[in-house]
Design a protein around this ligand. Sequence first.
Ligand code: DWN
Length: 407
Amino acid sequence: MKTCRICNSRKLRTFLSLGDMPLPNGFLLEDELKKTEAKYDLSVSICKSCSLVQLNTVVPPELMFTNYLYIPSTSSTMLSHFEKMADDLIEKLRLTHDDLVLDIGCNDGTFLNFFHKRSLPALGVDPAKNLIPPVQKKNINIISDFFSKVLAETLILQGYKPKLITATNVLAHIDDLHDFCSGVHTLLRGSGVFVAEFPYLVDLLEKTQFDTIYHEHLSYFSLTPLVRLFEMHDMEIFDLSRIPIHGGSIRIFVGKTGDHVVMPSVGACLREEENLELNVDHIYDEFTARVKFNAHSLTQCLKDLKRLGNRIVGYGAPAKSSVLLNYSGISNELIEYIVDSIPCKQGRYTPGTRIPIHSEEKLNFDNPDYLVIFAWNFKDEILKKQASFCKRGGRFIVPSPSVMMLP
Ligand code: DWN
C-alpha cells in the first residue's frame, strides 16, 4: 500500500514491523508440513492525514477467505454476545417480522440465526465456500460471495431492501472500503441502518494487543477516520458504544446523512480520541516498544519454565496466536501442543511454528504443568471450563495485556 485506503494520502508512517508472516489462519495439514509456506510482510502504518492505522501489505482476500477455518460458535461467550446483540438491535431499531436483516461476512450463520429464530427474514453474505452448508443447515439463505457495490445493486434489483445491515468483525478485513461503503449506501433505502462492530484501536494500543495485528485485519479503526469515510458516501455515524468483546471493540450505527439524530456518544468519542492524540508519533513508538518487551517477556518466561523441566501446552489456536508464536519465536520446542475447540483446526499444525493442534479433550488424559491461553479474549470462559486443571495443580499463563500467571 503506497496510499491510505480512506483518504488516498501518501503520508503513511510505518511504526511497527512484525516481519514476514504466514497467513494467520493458515493451519497446516500433516501432508502440507513438507511444503514451504507463503509468508508476507506484516508491518503497520498510520496515515498522517486521516489517522487510519493500516497494514502496508494487502494479501489477496481470495487466499484468506474462500476456505475459512474460523467459526465463532464454539465459544459460549460469543454465542451470548451475538444473542444479546440481536435482541438489542431488534429493540433499538424496533425491527418487525417484515424487516430483512442482511449480515455481511455471516460466517456459519451463528449471529443471523438469532434473528431467524425470532422470525425475522435473514440473508447472509460470505465468500467462504466451506461455510455454505452450516448456514443452509440453519435454513438461512446465503449469497456465497464477497460483498461489493455490484452485489448490492443486484440485491436491490432482486427486491431485497434490508432494514438492518450488519457486519461483525468484517470492516477491518475490507481492502476497498469505498466500494464497500458505496454498496452499503445502495442498500440503505429508506431509513435502513448499518451496524458494524470491530476491535477498537484505543483498546489495541492501551492493552498492547499486537497479536491482533495480522493479514486478515487490513485496518485498525479509531472513530475519527471512519467519520470521514462515511461522510464521503453520504452516510453518518449516528450512535456508537464501546463493548468488551475480543479485547475491546466498538459498535457503530450508520445511516444516510440526515436520516437519524446524531447521539452525544459520537462527539464524546471523537473528543476522547482528540485528547488521546491518536495521530501523534510517540503514541505508536511507545506501543512498538511495549510490543517488543511483552514478546520477549513471554518467550523468556516459557524458556525459564521449560529449563526447570515443566511441560507447557497452548490453549486456543486463534489467528492471533499465529502472530504471537511467530513474532516471539515460540516453537514446538517450548509448546508441546495446543488444544482448540474448532473441529477443523484439530489435527492441523500452527502456521510457521508447526505446533500440533488437538481437541480440548486431550487434557482429560494429559496433565501438563502450564497452559498458555492464546485465546486471552475468552480467558474467563476458559478458566471456568478448565477449573479442574487448576485443582490438579496446573497453572495458566495469560500473555495479554502483559504476561501473567494464574492462579
Ligand atoms: O476478526 C476475526 C476474529 C473475530 O476471529 C477473524 N479475523 C479471525 C478470528 O480471530 P481469532 O481466531 O483470533 O478469534 P478468536 O475468537 O479469539 O479465536 C478463539 C480461538 O480459541 C478459536 O480457535 C477457538 C478457541 N477456543 C477454544 O479452543 N476453547 C475458544 C474458546 C472460548 C474455548 O473455550
